[in-house]
Design a protein around this ligand. Sequence first.
Ligand code: ZN
Length: 159
Amino acid sequence: MALENLRNLYQQVILEHYKKPRHRGTTVLVHRQQRGHNPSCGDTIELTVQLDEDRDRIAAVKFEGEGCAIAMLSADLMADAMTGKTIDEALQMVQAFQNMMKGDGEFPREHRKLNVMQGVAQFPVRIKCATLTWHTLRAALEHQQIETADEFVSNEEID
Ligand code: ZN
């Protein structure tokens, strides 16, 4: 993506998703719940996920938590992108995001807003801020039981 386009997109994304997050809060029905923590920056996040009636598609994702701008922006973008995805599609997107943060690939036009997070990949210490919410979502989707809600996942072991 051309630098000028990326800069314009970045400003639009900051306005839409950081200054006025659309997905803060908790879902009406909570089918999955997971807390995540990024010790290197101090970001914490708690995701709630509502699934559809067949339990195979994400109806909504909401987040609560405190953290730096990158962590909060990434959480709102992630929640936006995940709405309506099947669990398999969601897990593939988590992998694609983590690959992108290692400099490998980017998202197609449908999810081009996520590509603004590529800028963060230039600052290795902040990559965990961006990936925290994705890592936490994966843990939420992979755990079948809600009892894990009191455990934090940490992304400290991820490169
Ligand atoms: Zn952070």
